[in-house]
Design a protein around this ligand. Structure first.
Ligand code: FES
Length: 337
């Protein structure tokens, strides 16, 4: 049996199968809603449920007051009846933009102890369209999928660059770490996600944890290619200096008077580098974040702390953009059925 999901104030409705999430149903019907992790961790897909019943949600990403105010997570919401929802944004997906392709590994670089950069090339003549900051899904042989941000800017459209951090026990990242070879094939679907630079005159603060640098690299390179004069600052954090695996930010800073780079190390202090948590370095530099936009990418523990503390420092919630990458260990318990 299908339920119908309607969008308040819009002539949009789409079917949702029993057991399916509203986010998946929307995407199947050709609509894009805000989301990032798809695992109930980051809160990006938070949305007001105006009416209808859904299965109980047992995670703690939503506060008790948000739950009582009718907020739901669209990536976890499985309806028990027709629903009326009020998302902050919904748009039609360009049916020609999303592609499923077989790409070939053509360059592999081990850039840190636990980070490998993999360049994939699409079949001859195929170019893809995406927004700087978006991600793709690698489709594994068993049908499971893994999300990775595309680190290349959109004009480099004949392939993609992925920054893959080795996760202990992770089957795919273990393959990349130990076995991947030039010429291997990978099945990918792309593009996904809405982590992208919003039009604004406000200074942009980019906060990256580890390989959270990847989508931010794409955004900054795209903005610089377009001649942006917007003030941008990148705070890039890692445990140790070798985790800051690219010299590009220093080059951007040298070439562009509107761009600044602040590396931050959390575990291994170095004389010339700031130490502490990367989001705390932003707060140390800015007493108030009112008047800024923040783009934050990293593990959920880092993005959650950044959101809490940036909003407390005056950043309007609509100016906080997040791309939280999760591993299985980050996932909350399954929703109660
Ligand atoms: S996309 Fe739903 S909580 Fe992250």
């Amino acid at each position: 049996m299908n339920f119908t999901i309607s969008v308040e104030g819009r002539t949009i409705n789409f079917p949702c199968e029993r057991g399916e999430t509203v986010l998946n149903a929307a995407q199947r019907a050709g609509y894009e809603l805000p989301y990032s992790c798809r695992k109930g961790v980051c809160g990006t897909c938070k949305c007001k449920l105006v009416s209808g019943e859904m299965r109980a949600y047992s995670g703690d990403t939503l506060t008790e007051s948000e739950k009582s105010a009718g907020q739901i997570l669209l990536c976890q919401a499985r309806p028990r009846s027709d629903l009326l929802i009020a998302p902050r944004e919904i748009k039609k997906i360009d049916p020609f933009a999303r592609r499923t392709l077989t790409a070939r590994v053509f360059r592999i670089m081990r850039v840190a102890d636990d980070v490998t950069i993999v360049h994939l090339r699409f079949p001859a003549g195929i170019r893809i369209h995406f927004k700087a900051g978006q991600n793709l899904e690698v489709i594994l042989p068993d049908g499971e999928r893994r999300n990775f941000s595309m680190a290349n800017p959109p004009h480099e459209s004949d392939g993609v660059q992925l920054h893959i951090r080795h996760v202990s026990g992770g089957a795919f990242t273990g393959y990349v770490y130990n076995k991947v070879a030039r010429g291997d094939l990978m099945h990918v679907e792309l593009p996904f996600g809405d982590f992208a630079l919003r039009e604004s005159d406000k200074p942009a603060l980019f906060v990256a944890g580890s390989t959270g640098f990847a989508p931010i690299k794409s955004i900054i390179e795209d903005a610089q290619r377009k001649g942006s004069r917007r003030k941008m600052t990148l705070y890039w954090g890692a445990r140790a200096k070798r985790g800051l695996y690219s010299e590009l930010p220093r080059k951007w800073q040298a070439d562009n008077p509107h761009f600044s780079y602040i590396p931050v190390l959390s575990d291994t202090p170095e004389a010339s580098v700031r130490s502490g948590l990367v989001h705390a370095a932003v707060l140390a530099d800015h007493r108030s974040l009112d008047g800024f936009q923040a783009y934050v990418c990293g593990p959920p523990v880092m993005t959650s702390a950044a959101k809490r503390d940036f909003l407390a420092a005056g950043l309007p919630e609509q100016d906080f953009f997040v791309d939280a990458f999760t591993t299985r260990a980050d996932e909350p318990p399954a929703a109660a059925h």
